[in-house]
Ligand binder design. Structure first.
Ligand code: COA
Ligand code: AMP
Length: 662
């Protein structure tokens, strides 16, 4: 594997961009280079159970745990077995009981109607307890699953917390997925109820959620007994009598439900993420370990204190939304911000700055693609000039590799620390970061800094041997994984073990390749599997290939991620037609593009399909996707010795050059 020069650059202290005389960003609360991170990292490695036992004291337990960690069935570790708690109690009730009921728990800001709503802890608790009563009356109890398919509205957070209150297991599905993807998730987790809204809002259009859900329910094998629909003013959903219930009507007559005690090891939620096949992985998160880790991370990584406003500009359907819109800030007694809108176009590239200012946000967490979108429209940061953001302390970026240009632009114009940090749906919280609540570290552009305490990260070769500093290897985490990490894949323990632990015994394989330099700085370079990151959204090229392969005229196909200046990567499909098919290539390409939108959803951003004569393969028949991706990105790629016919690569080069040329 080759490193880019950017990532391999030697250690540099934070630099002030030459082109701009902007002052160096102010330091956050923690002092630099205190050694605090080293001390915590050492403690977490030396005795993980003792380290996390200490942090668990910050959570209210209904019954104390027997042991901090049971690693007897590794990799199926159990954190805090024997302990009982309720996650919703820790996120809401205890703050109200401590006298903070009037504090704002959630700010909902909609860029579409220009309205902002503030919900206090007391009100969020009352609404959650009532909706838990609604779900309970529909037969939902401890351990039952509830699918939540909702846009960015307060009720989505209420529904998540109501499930936690009952000990039920929620599974939030991102609104940009199409009906078949939703049906796959419904069949996998067999919910007792689905909670939805009549619609979501995207720039220039109202996305009707209910017809998508109806199509998914018609397609799914599992019969869902009850559907709760939040009717939004933008559109009224048609209801199926007997199955569908109106949120407001049920809520008006509900009796509030109390918190149900659950085991620390009971599942809190399932969040589906892309794997290497069309069958998504249902990542399972427990109650106890999750609460302990999330609460600790909010202060340690983000330096957020009770009452501070923390804005994760993501969607509740993604991991960032679960961890840092809903659970993290609320467990910490902070104020979470739920933004319905985009970084650009709602109405302009100043939307994020308006939200930062109006709601006195302390920390913003988003994907680099959002900053690239803003920068593209406002390259000189004109919309930031003269803007006073006295409460704003840091911008955190995650979800994809942060390019140095984007980082510099943000540092220059925002004048706060810009922290690239690395995590995954599986890990649930950051694995590598500059943990501002512990210590401010020098920045090396291209690196999400160092391992966060709890994550013992190494770069290994394929045999599990550590590679030399600066050399690229497989990034892996030494077991045990800390609390808050995935405990299994729903209904698929064997797949969990096979996907993450089998190749490198004693390690968790992240699926990312990268290197660690002599200072312990981690450089995350690329995925080693078929996962691509499109606008910070994780997609499986394998899942897209399944759709392409199902087209009647397609003999074989390959999908790769191609570099894109805005979205980081976009998927590009290559299809070979069956013998005798004489249709216009453009027609077939348009049909496969439409099929991906129908089957996976608009989030796949699949717009480019090319009909080619052949695909480059090894003599044993393996399609050379990585070579194709290199060629598509205009890189000099070495022709693999095992290639069947090197001439095919030229066809790929010509076809992708034509795409780039527009
Ligand atoms: N419901 C329905 N459709 C949705 C949707 C939702 N919740 N979210 C996105 N979509 C649709 C969009 O409307 C778009 O449809 P289109 O093809 O008809 O235009 C498609 O899915 C792709 O959306 P998106 O990825 O948002 O691309 P975009 O071109 O509309 O916007 C960005 C580009 C960069 C502005 C946008 O991707 C962004 O804000 N990204 C931030 C990433 C993020 O939150 N990552 C999470 C990890 S931190
Ligand atoms: P997701 O599960 O959607 O959060 O996607 C996780 C993947 O996103 C990781 O495995 C990485 O490939 C990528 N990723 C997340 N954060 C970063 C980062 N800071 N730098 C590089 N890649 C990242």
């Amino acid at each position: 594997m080759e490193l880019s020069t950017e990532a391999a650059a030697p250690a540099r202290a934070r630099e002030t961009p030459a082109a701009d005389a902007t002052p160096v960003p102010p330091a956050p609360a923690a002092a630099p280079n205190t050694g605090a991170l080293d001390r915590l990292q050492h403690a977490a490695r030396a005795n993980p159970a003792a380290f996390w036992a200490e942090r668990a004291a910050a959570i209210d337990w209904l019954r104390p745990w027997d042991a901090a960690l049971d690693a007897s069935r590794a990799p199926f570790n159990r954190w805090f077995p024997g302990g009982q708690l309720n996650t919703c109690f820790n996120a809401l009730d205890r703050h109200v009981l401590a006298g903070h009921g009037a504090r704002t728990a959630l700010i909902h800001d909609s860029a579409y109607d220009g309205r902002a709503t503030r919900v206090s802890y007391a009100e969020l608790l009352a609404r959650t307890a009532r909706f838990a009563g609604v779900l309970r009356d529909l037969g939902v109890g401890r351990g039952d699953r509830v699918v939540i398919y909702m846009p960015m509205v307060v009720e989505a957070v209420v529904a998540m917390l109501a499930c936690a209150r009952l000990g039920a297991v929620h599974s939030v599905v991102f609104g940009g997925f199409a009906a078949p993807e939703l049906a796959t998730r419904i069949d996998d987790c067999t919910p007792k109820a689905v909670v939805t809204a009549s619609c979501g809002i995207e720039p220039g259009r109202v996305v009707e959620y209910k017809p998508l859900l109806d199509a998914a329910l018609a397609r799914a094998r599992h019969a869902v007994p009850a559907v709760v629909v939040l009717q939004r003013p933008q559109c009224a959903a048609a209801m199926t009598p007997g199955r569908d219930h109106d949120w407001q009507a049920l809520d008006a007559r509900a009796t509030p439900a109390d918190c149900v005690p659950v085991e620390a090891t009971d599942p809190l939620y399932i969040l589906y993420t892309s794997g290497t096949t069309g069958q998504p992985k249902g990542i399972v998160r427990d109650n106890g370990g999750h609460a302990v880790a999330l609460l600790w991370s909010v202060k340690a990584v983000y330096d957020i204190d009770p009452g501070d406003v923390f804005w994760a500009a993501s969607d509740i359907g993604w991991q960032v939304g679960h961890s840092y819109i809903t659970y993290g800030p609320l467990l910490a007694g902070a104020t979470a911000l739920l933004y319905e809108g985009k970084p650009v176009g709602t109405p302009d590239a100043g939307a994020f700055w308006r939200v930062l200012r109006e709601h006195r946000v302390k920390v913003l967490l988003t994907a680099p693609t959002a900053i690239r979108a803003i920068r593209r429209e406002d390259p000189d940061g004109a919309l930031l000039r003269g803007l006073d953001l006295p409460d704003f302390r840091a911008l955190f970026l995650a979800g994809e590799r942060s390019d140095a240009d984007t980082l510099r632009w943000a540092e220059t114009h925002l004048r706060v620390p810009v922290v690239d940090h690395w995590w995954q749906t599986e890990t649930g919280w950051p694995i590598a970061a500059d943990p501002l609540g512990i210590e401010r570290l020098p920045v090396k552009h291209g690196s999400p800094t160092r391992a966060v305490p709890g994550w013992d990260i190494h770069a290994l070769d394929a045999d599990g041997r550590e590679v030399a500093p600066g050399e690229t290897g497989l990034l892996a985490v030494r077991l045990p994984l800390p609390p808050g990490a995935a405990t299994t894949i729903w209904n698929a323990d064997e797949r969990f073990e096979r996907a993450y632990f089998r190749d490198l015994p004693g390690w968790y394989k992240t699926g990312d390749a990268g290197c660690i330099d002599a200072d312990g700085y981690i450089f995350v370079m690329s995925r080693v599997d078929d996962v691509i990151n499109v606008a910070g959204h994780r997609l499986s090229t394998g899942a897209i290939e399944e759709v392409l392969a199902a087209h009647p005229d397609v003999a074989e196909c390959a999908v790769i991620g191609m570099a894109d200046a805005l979205k980081g990567q976009v998927p590009v499909g290559f299809v070979v037609l069956k013998k005798g098919v004489a249709r216009a290539h453009a027609a077939v390409a348009a049909e496969v593009v439409a099929a991906v939108r129908d089957r996976i959803g608009p989030v796949a951003a699949f717009r480019q399909a090319l009909v080619v004569e052949r695909l480059p393969k090894t003599r044993s028949g393996k399609i050379l996707r990585a070579t194709m991706a290199g060629i598509a990105d205009g890189k000099e790629v070495a022709v693999p010795a095992t290639i069947e016919d090197a001439g095919v690569l030229e066809e790929i080069r010509v076809a992708t050059r034509a795409l780039v040329a527009g």
